[in-house]
Design a protein around this ligand. Structure first.
Ligand SMILES: [Mn+2]
Length: 331
């Protein structure tokens, strides 16, 4: 266990103490200083979630000191974590380099008949070899209709010939995450129908990237994605009007990325330079076993955004060309 002095040095926090001194430290503060408010990390998703350590401690504190106002540290934390400093962005870039090489290794080896967990293994092997100690979250490798299942990570099915495989994955580098999704044809070639759906998702991905800039919210970006996907599906005759897009697209197009793959952010905050966010439109057509998502990581700049993951190929022609150049390895 690190000593208090070691923690002081790595954290830059001047006053570091052991948790077993918490009660006596707080007690002496409360006895000798003017304390009118106290901050706790009170992040909770739902009212009926079980109380976590922080909320138990906050409740205990407020019983002991009922005159002190309790405040939620989360809003202050979110603001700090939304806008990244240069070094933080560098770590995400490094995580994305590793992710790119991992996906190239996957494309090189992917072939029908593999198990989804073997595709996962190809990716994660490359990540470890390149120095990423951990995944950013459990790797999702969903082929066929498994690609339509949100948060599918059992990865236990065979990747069938003619199917697509949706790979949502990322690594942690120096504690910073990448979060990327690519969808590849198992046999190296999209069917005309798969390509048509893929190109629509790609158009939505590109529209979101052109819209992303300071001053708008993540909700605004989701509206852009819904409009492009909705109009596309209306043109294909799959839904009567664009507003019914939720039948085939049921998540948000973006979230903040940082120390967590889904990093803390406040949905009503407008984007500012330095935010790193995902751009992940998708279409999930279960009845055709087509699940497609294309996810990039964007850095918000002064006047728009930089696609941090631009070197991870997503154009269908480029994917087919890359995969066919390794067809000798795959057969
Ligand atoms: Mn994501």
């Amino acid at each position: 266990m690190p000593t208090a002095e070691e923690v002081r040095l790595v954290s830059g926090i001047d006053d570091v103490r052991y948790t077993d001194s918490l009660d006596s430290t707080v007690g002496s503060f409360m006895g000798y200083f003017r304390v009118e408010q106290a901050y706790f990390d009170l992040y909770r998703c739902r009212k009926d979630d079980l109380p976590d350590y922080n909320s138990v401690m906050a409740e205990r504190f407020s019983r002991a000191y009922p005159h002190v106002i309790l405040k939620d540290l989360r809003t202050a934390c979110a603001t700090l974590r939304e806008q990244k400093e240069a070094q933080e962005v560098e770590n995400i870039r490094k995580a994305l380099d590793i992710t790119r090489l991992g996906l190239e290794y996957v494309m090189k080896n992917l072939r029908p008949g593999m198990m989804e967990y073997q595709v996962q293994a190809d990716f994660e092997y490359t990540c470890r070899r390149l120095g990423a100690k951990r995944q950013a979250f459990p790797t999702i490798a969903g082929s066929g209709s498994n690609g339509c299942m949100m948060h599918y990570d059992t990865n236990h099915c065979e990747v069938k010939d003619g199917s697509l495989i949706l790979l949502d994955l990322g690594v942690k580098y120096e504690n910073y995450c990448s979060d990327i999704t690519r969808t590849y044809p198992a046999n190296g070639k999209f069917s005309p129908r798969q390509r048509k759906i893929y190109e629509l998702v790609l158009r939505a991905n590109e529209a979101v990237a052109s819209a992303a800039r300071p001053g708008i919210t993540i909700n605004d970006l989701n509206d852009v994605a819904c409009r492009v996907l909705g109009e596309g599906l209306v043109d294909m005759g799959m839904i009567p009007e664009a507003s019914e897009i939720s039948k085939y697209y049921m998540h948000s197009v973006s979230h903040s990325i940082g120390i967590d793959a889904h990093d803390i952010f406040l949905a009503d905050d407008v984007l500012k330079p330095g935010w790193v966010i995902s751009n992940e439109p998708g279409l999930y057509i279960d009845e055709e076993a087509i699940g497609i998502r294309i996810e990039d990581d964007l850095l918000i700049t002064e006047d728009g955004c930089e696609v941090l993951s631009k070197s991870i190929i997503k154009d269908p022609d480029e994917i087919e060309a890359f995969m066919s150049s390794f067809s000798c390895v795959r057969s």
